[in-house]
Design a binder for this molecule. Structure first.
Ligand code: ADP
Length: 376
């Protein structure tokens, strides 16, 4: 007779129709029990239309019945909203003081680098000014779903992508979204998209520091932001604006800064050229009170891969370093928050009884993972 674990493993081969992701990847398997060869499985029905549920019902039975020792399979569907099924670790927004500095590119590279490090990653593309994210990942498929929710599109590397741009009737439609509409769309992307289990959700914000990015930031439980800039004259001023907006006005921690188009490497000699002026990376990191996560060169190969929808072929030391720096920044931020929480809770207690053993987390192992669960 198979164990519960083996049954769950067997369900990994079942793809949700219209997506390239399995039932397990979307966190749809709720309960699995086995007793005397009789298997009971319940799946969440979130984002699955009735036809898809029927198909999955048959497919799950077929797959599980094939396991040695199984005599009967009972299937049921639990109703619920996507937000009840989603388990999302850290929600990280990528912002820039102004457009055209490569913010979407950095959002894409951050997601890619974390996925290459084996993390479950999603991208919520809230940049309504253009389809940069779907384009660089080569995504043309439309999201599918039912009355109870919508499924993100999977990139080749398995990154779950949801974008306002994928919902437009035509790719080149101009979008006139006003504040309340953006807020509503983003809230829906949070509550009604089946993200499943994610370690990181990367949010590509609209550029700048005006109403649109502000609305998006207010609509999501952000763990932190990354600020992207280029080494140009105006940079210092616009970056400071972005810092003030995120940290001082919205009280969202800055996880780090990224300098894009930092330099250019001459192919003939390997010499580094400061194309847009001297790097301001250290100055900006200091202004943000956060680490410099990466300095990305102006790289024609990278531009070509983005244009061809092949960003996932970009595999450089740079992406590994970016993932490591990000994971470290998120971990450090969490530790600082928890020290703060710990201190506050100790301060508010009159006489702490017993205390906590060193290295033990009073809220259990789930809180010890690098990403803070943002909840639903
Ligand atoms: P933003 O989101 O800030 O408006 P994007 O990320 O969409 O900017 O980038 C604009 C364009 O510049 C894209 O076509 C991208 O491919 C290109 N680009 C950005 N950064 C680089 C880089 N470091 N090397 C080469 N091309 C880049």
């Amino acid at each position: 007779m198979p164990t519960e674990e083996q049954i769950r493993e067997s369900l990994e081969e079942i793809l949700v129709p219209g997506t390239m992701g399995s039932l397990v990847k979307f966190n749809l398997v709720r309960q699995v029990t086995v007793s005397d060869g009789k298997v009971n499985i319940s799946l969440a029905s979130a984002a699955l239309n009735p036809g898809t549920q029927d198909w999955l019902n048959d497919r799950v039975r077929d797959v599980v019945k094939r396991l040695p020792g199984v005599v009967d399979v009972e299937m049921s569907f639990e109703e619920g909203r996507c937000k009840d099924v989603n388990e999302i670790g850290s929600v990280i927004a990528v912002m820039s003081g102004k457009g055209g500095v490569g913010k979407s590119l950095v959002a894409g590279l951050a997601a890619l680098s974390l996925a290459q490090r084996g993390r479950e990653v999603g991208i919520l593309d809230a940049d309504i000014t253009g389809p940069s994210i779907p384009k660089m990942f080569g995504i043309t498929a439309r999201p599918v779903g039912g009355e109870t929710g919508i499924l993100p599109v999977l990139s080749r590397a398995g990154i779950k992508i949801m974008s306002t741009n994928l919902l437009l009737p035509r790719e080149d439609d101009a979008v006139i979204w006003r504040g309340p509409l953006i807020g509503k769309a983003i809230t829906q992307f949070w509550e009604d998209v089946l993200w499943g289990k994610l370690d990181y959700l990367i949010v590509d914000l609209p550029p700048g520091t005006a109403d649109a990015p502000l609305t998006v930031m207010q609509s999501l439980p952000l763990s932190g932001v990354i600020i992207v800039f280029t080494p140009q004259q105006l940079t210092a001023m616009v970056v400071r604006k972005a810092i003030r907006m995120a940290r001082d006005a919205m009280h969202i921690p800055i996880l780090g800064v990224v300098e894009n188009m930092s330099y250019f490497v001459l192919p003939e000699t390997g010499k580094k050229l400061d194309l847009f002026g001297k790097s301001r990376a250290d100055e900006m990191a200091e202004a943000a009170g956060a680490p410099l996560l990466a300095q990305i060169p102006l790289d024609p190969e990278l531009a070509r891969l983005c244009d061809d929808g092949d960003i996932e072929r970009y595999n450089a030391d740079l992406t590994n370093a970016l993932a490591d720096a990000l994971i470290q920044a998120v971990g450090a931020r969490r530790m600082r928050e928890e020290e703060g929480e710990e201190k506050t809770s100790l301060d508010s207690r009159q006489a702490p009884q017993g205390g906590t053993t060193a290295g033990e987390d009073p809220r259990g192992p789930d809180r010890q993972s690098e990403g803070r669960r943002a909840g639903s």
